[in-house]
Design a protein around this ligand. Structure first.
Ligand SMILES: [Zn+2]
Length: 382
């Protein structure tokens, strides 16, 4: 089989969607290390089963090769817990050949470094996106009405982009689902009243339900369109909270066809198991892009197959590299190794079966790893 893996050895990737690492001063337990390699939050699953997933078995071997130890959980943990954590994190990130991290600081699955700590500790260059729902929750208490709140959210997005944010990320999939209909203003007003009362009582404000989440999503999409920054939309797997049946990107059709969103770039994150749907959307609509982050390091060979399936319809100019890594340096390295392997395998097979020439496949890989993100996020002067 055609091997393309070494073709991109010197090419640093743009990881267009990942999360910050946790503070580096803690020693990892087996349970800690298993958590980023499963969607499960049930401790019984993590204690009894996660270590038997093929994704975790492979992760241990990748890490053992890096640490020079036996590929057992015990040895990997023992070796990594002995070394200087800052040097180790930077070494693994360097090994992952990540040239730029585009971070969503809104989630890390634990005690994450702040943006300032992160950029001071991690040597890899970093940019960030705004996590829409989290930021908008912070604006509820100071807003009198839904209209006020949406105005404040729009203004927050403008300020964030002025301050260097390169995109906006929405988690509407697990707060309301992605079946995007015209939100009902009276239901939105009623829900907002309840949320505001909670904020006034000092309770946690958690944005939930279609009326408010979809009203906010539409407003943010208009603002992103105006600002020229991509809207990252969580689709498919990625949070055990969500109803996966509602996380299909086909429900976002309004964003792709309504004239007011004509300039909106939508990047569909994760996508699996809806990667075929995402590939279809990417192939049909000019400003839709997709990635396979998370699926690649969670779904074993199925992640690699998903990448190959995506390239059935999705033009190679529309697939972006991302890991969705979070928490520990190990995840960034494992996800990167597996992603490059999956990409090389998929493109190599396309060469073997005469869909692409070798030169076309090599160039396609370069675009997936960095060129597509550079264009989509306007990281280089046009
Ligand atoms: Zn993410």
């Amino acid at each position: 089989m055609t091997s393309l893996l070494q073709e991109w050895d010197d090419l640093p990737a743009v990881d267009h969607h990942c999360h910050p690492l946790l503070h580096l001063n803690t020693k990892l337990t087996a349970i800690d290390l298993r958590r980023p390699f499963t969607e499960a939050i049930d401790d019984n699953v993590i204690r009894e089963h996660t270590q038997h997933s093929v994704a975790y078995r492979r992760a241990l071997r990748i890490l053992a090769a890096e640490l020079g130890c036996d590929p057992t959980e015990e040895d990997v943990l023992g070796s990594r817990n002995e070394v200087d954590p800052v040097e180790y994190a930077n070494r693994l990130l360097k090994k992952s050949r990540t040239g730029l991290m585009i971070l969503d600081h809104g989630y890390a699955g634990g005690e994450a470094m702040s943006p300032a700590e992160h950029s001071a500790t991690i040597e890899t260059p970093q940019l960030h996106v705004v996590r829409l729902e989290t930021a908008a929750e912070g604006l509820v208490a100071s807003s009198e009405s839904v209209t006020d709140w949406l105005d404040a959210a729009r203004s927050m997005l403008r300020d964030a982009v002025d301050g260097g944010a390169v995109g906006v990320k929405t988690i509407a999939a697990y707060r309301a689902g992605l079946q995007l209909l015209e939100p009902d203003p009276s239901r939105a007003a009623a829900d907002f009243k309840i949320l505001r009362a909670r904020a006034a009582a000092g309770e946690t404000v958690r944005l939930l339900g279609e009326p408010l989440c979809h009203t906010l999503l539409v407003a943010a999409a208009e603002e992103c369109s105006r600002l020229g920054v991509p809207l990252q939309v969580h689709c498919g797997l990625g949070d055990p909270d969500e109803d996966l049946a509602l996380a299909n990107p086909l429900g976002l059709r309004r964003l792709f066809v309504e004239p007011r969103f004509a300039n909106l770039k939508v990047v569909l994150l994760h996508c699996y198991p809806f990667h075929r749907e995402a590939a279809y959307l990417s192939s049909v609509f000019p400003n839709v892009y997709m990635d396979l982050s998370l699926a690649i390091h969670l779904a074993g060979q199925d992640g690699a197959r998903a990448l190959e399936e995506a390239l059935g319809l999705c033009p190679t100019s529309k697939l972006l590299y991302a890991t969705d890594a979070s928490r520990f340096a190990e995840v960034y390295l494992v996800a990167a190794v597996l992603y490059r392997e999956a990409l090389a395998g998929a493109l190599g097979r396309l060469v073997d079966s005469d869909w692409l020439t070798r030169a076309e496949a090599v160039e396609a890989g370069r675009q997936v790893l960095s060129g597509n993100a550079e264009r989509t996020y306007q990281l280089i002067a046009p």
